[in-house]
Design a protein around this ligand. Structure first.
Ligand code: CAO
Length: 536
């Protein structure tokens, strides 16, 4: 009997209307508890939504490009054979295999298009094996295509009626199995779809050769054209994709006619892990190919061997921002340029205004607010910094939304002051104060954190001299500000005590070269040294 359950978007914090960037399951997939279903991405975070149940995907209600919020329906799952979390799927397998009391079912070759008398090149199951719905049973191969025939039932194989080399056509009997579970008879069957991979013909065909048969399902192979000439079944291709293995590097497999088997992929991975093989194929000219990092596996250390330890999960914000920071660190060739800004006069002015304000109960001016205003003026002068890379284009923004990093008990968040060019320093100081409070209270909404052109990370209230902030993609630069301190500065005649604010500008070198970054810093320091220049 089918038991259909709805899977909804769980609590994703303050995020609303988040873009679905990938649907990672398909109708008919058998999924486990924790199998990722969809991938969501806001401009601040990427999140995987895992399944809370195990079962067979019956209908998917979202697609890439949709926007979702907490509670939205993702898909319908048939959990007839399954158990809900936290029980594990192995329980199901054992139960199903043990029962074996269902009906005997014949499994026949389904519709395979125009193909007839196609040779079986692999029989993947034997009597006594337990199979799930969609487990591959046999592999057929013509000179045009390799096809796996999946099981339409779950159960225990009683007899296999074919062998390698047999030619088969639609309707031929493959095997008999006994369906598992008491409710097996009522269980819905999957459509008789095949996984088909079109192969490059190994024997050249004349141009008038008939086209390949209609492909009923071609899971993701189209996304990896370089795999097209590889001789491997869909499930092996899927397995390789999961491990990130480039099948073109396994030129010949150990299967019939050099077919690449799962064991070949496993052997390849073992060789890479042991260092016997380079993880990436050398490109023309002997240079290692790009796209894959040549990294050692993450060290697995039993810390408890060295002293007492306690494991605590990362906060939700840390998990979300961590993924973005890691991507930005790896993907952006950023260089950090340091500069000292003499803010002696500006700080004196700020304190003077605040003193006057105290009397009238006004807003407290902060150095951050002055920095935001000075940065806007500098961005206007150097528009490459107010831009984002989009493929081979640079998108120049004609608005000035400035983000600032805010430290909260749960981690780093980056609220945005919109249209800072149209706001005065008082307005900016008021707004940053309100946004920082909202951040600390965990009340920032997605709109508060979207649309930034440039980010300021000020740790000056805490201390520090200089640091190297990570560019907040898709922005191209970020300004770090550390603690201002009195320093002796030579004025041409003598050393004078000056208040020096250390600035650290990290910029994406694909867009901004060193000379431009230094000009940006010099100009910004001039503005902070004499704020009247902001008016010019
Ligand atoms: N140099 C010297 N003193 C500074 C300073 C600087 N650059 N910046 C701020 N201060 C002083 C302030 O004047 C204030 O002093 P008073 O209390 O005497 O007025 C004190 O330090 C505290 O300021 P603040 O940091 O709370 O306020 P702010 O407006 O300057 O900054 C905010 C607000 C949200 C940026 C800040 O609270 C914060 O979270 N900073 C950390 C950001 C961060 O984590 N960055 C790292 C990101 S990368 O991992």
């Amino acid at each position: 009997m089918s038991i259909i359950k709805e899977i909804h978007v769980p609590d994703i914090g303050d995020f609303k209307n988040v873009d679905v960037i990938e649907v990672t399951v398909a109708v008919g997939d058998i999924i486990d508890v924790d199998t990722p279903l969809i991938m969501l991405e806001s401009d601040k975070a990427t999140m995987e939504v895992p399944s809370s149940l195990l079962g067979v995907v019956r209908e998917i209600k979202v697609k890439a490009g949709d926007k979702v919020s907490q509670g939205d329906l993702i898909l319908y799952l048939d959990v007839a054979e399954s158990v809900s979390a936290p029980e594990r799927p192995s329980v199901v397998t054992e139960t199903a295999a043990a029962s074996g009391t269902g009906e005997a079912r014949e499994v026949r070759v389904p519709d395979i298009g125009d193909f007839k008398n196609v040779p079986i090149i692999e029989v993947l199951v034997a009597p006594g094996d337990h199979v799930e719905i969609d487990t591959s049973l046999i592999v057929l191969e013509s000179d045009k295509a390799s096809m796996e025939v999946p099981s339409p039932f779950a159960g225990t194989i009683q007899s296999v009626e074919v062998k390698v080399g047999d030619p088969v056509s639609q309707g031929d009997l493959i095997l008999v199995l006994r369906e598992s579970g008491a409710d097996a008879a009522a269980k819905p069957q999957l459509p008789d779809t095949l996984s088909v991979v079109t192969l490059a013909p190994r024997t050249p065909k004349p141009a008038s050769a008939p086209p390949p048969p209609p492909v009923k399902s071609m899971p993701m192979e189209t996304a990896a054209p370089s795999f097209a000439k590889v001789h491997a079944s869909p499930s092996v291709r899927r397995f390789a994709r999961e491990l990130g293995v480039d099948l073109t590097r396994l030129a010949k497999g150990s299967g019939p006619k050099g077919r690449i088997l799962k064991e070949d992929v496993q052997g390849f991975v073992k060789q890479v892990m042991s260092g016997a093989l380079a993880p990436t194929a050398p490109a023309t000219g002997g240079v290692a190919g790009g796209g894959v990092l040549n990294l050692l596996p993450w060290p697995e250390v039993d810390f408890a061997k060295f002293g007492p330890v306690e494991a605590k999960p990362l906060s939700r914000i840390k998990k979300l921002s961590g993924a973005n920071l890691a991507r930005n660190w790896v993907m952006i060739p950023a260089v950090t340029y340091h500069e000292d800004a003499d803010i002696t006069d500006l700080e004196a002015f700020r304190l003077q205004i605040n003193k006057e304000g105290e009397k009238s109960g006004g807003v407290k001016l902060t150095m951050l607010a002055f920095m935001i205003k000075a940065c806007v003026r500098t961005l206007q002068r150097f528009p490459e910094f107010n831009a984002s890379l989009d493929g081979e284009n640079l998108i120049y923004k004609q608005y000035y939304h400035i983000a600032f990093a805010a430290d909260t008990p749960n981690g780093l968040v980056v609220p945005v002051v919109k249209d800072a060019d149209k706001k005065g320093v008082f307005d900016i100081a008021k707004e940053t104060g309100e946004l920082a409070k909202k951040a600390r209270d965990g009340k920032l909404g997605p709109a508060d954190m979207q649309g930034a052109c440039f980010t300021i990370s000020s740790v000056g209230g805490i201390g520090g001299t200089y640091f190297s902030p990570i560019v907040n993609a898709p922005e191209v630069a970020i300004l770090g500000a550390s603690k201002s301190v009195m320093k002796p500065v030579w004025d041409g005649k003598q050393f004078a005590p000056r208040l020096i604010l250390p600035l650290s500008l990290s910029a994406d070198h694909r867009v901004i070269d060193g000379a431009l970054a230094t000009r940006f810093n010099v100009y910004l320091a001039q503005l902070l040294a004499d704020f009247r220049r902001v008016l010019l």
